[in-house]
Ligand binder design. Structure first.
Ligand SMILES: [Zn+2]
Length: 69
């Protein structure tokens, strides 16, 4: 059963599907890392402008919780 190589989602080159290619579905480890970097870069950007909202949350009052009575 012939296994046709799938195109690398990053560069479009055929990515071999073999035990040696641990970067599948990417053609190489380099493309995998680049894609990972892009993904992380975007995820860091999204919460960036909104980080200020979370910082306004007041801390919970922990004191007096058990010594109330
Ligand atoms: Zn590639």
């Amino acid at each position: 059963m012939p296994t046709a190589p799938t195109p690398c989602p990053l560069c479009g080159r055929p990515a071999l599907r073999s035990p040696e290619n641990r970067s599948h579905p990417f053609c190489s480890d380099r493309c995998r890392l680049i894609d990972l970097g892009n993904w992380l870069g975007e995820s860091y950007r999204i919460p960036g402008p909104r980080a200020g909202d979370g910082a306004e949350v007041p801390p919970r009052p922990v004191d007096g919780e058990e010594e109330g009575s």
